[in-house]
Design a binder for this molecule. Structure first.
Ligand SMILES: [Fe+2]
Length: 125
């Protein structure tokens, strides 16, 4: 079972935080409390945000969307995470680059894709 991951987002500037250690205090940004960011329900996942996973030769290939997700300044996938029981790995996605990532493969994990407009999407394997 992967560890519980805690993502928080500022409701004003939309900065995203991946909490590494919970010290038991609230997080603040723009002089307001950051809110927990929960992944969208898999029922709400659409063709642009579904994480397509391919396991091959010890690698895990992640492609966000059956259809290519926009990768503009205004709307893009900015990061893809692989969360396992032991660790969290992150691949930052540059503007204009395809929403893809490659990680060393594992037996189990959760893959998160963060869209700056539509939020967080999760796929477990
Ligand atoms: Fe999106």
């Amino acid at each position: 079972m992967p560890k519980k991951n805690h993502f928080y987002r500022c409701p004003i500037c939309f900065s995203l935080v991946d909490l590494v250690h919970d010290g038991g205090h609230s997080l603040y940004c723009c002089e307001t409390e950051m809110l927990p960011l929960e992944p969208q329900s898999e029922k709400l996942t659409d063709d642009y945000h579904t994480c397509v996973l391919t396991h091959s030769n010890g690698l895990l290939y992640v492609k966000v969307g059956n259809k290519p997700h926009p990768q503009s300044d205004e709307h893009r996938i900015s990061a893809i995470y692989l969360v396992t029981k032991q660790e969290t790995r992150r691949q930052d996605i540059k503007k204009g680059s395809p929403a893809t990532a490659v990680f060393t493969d594992t037996d189990h994990g959760d893959v998160y894709a963060y869209c700056n407009v539509h939020g967080l999407f999760k796929t477990s394997f």
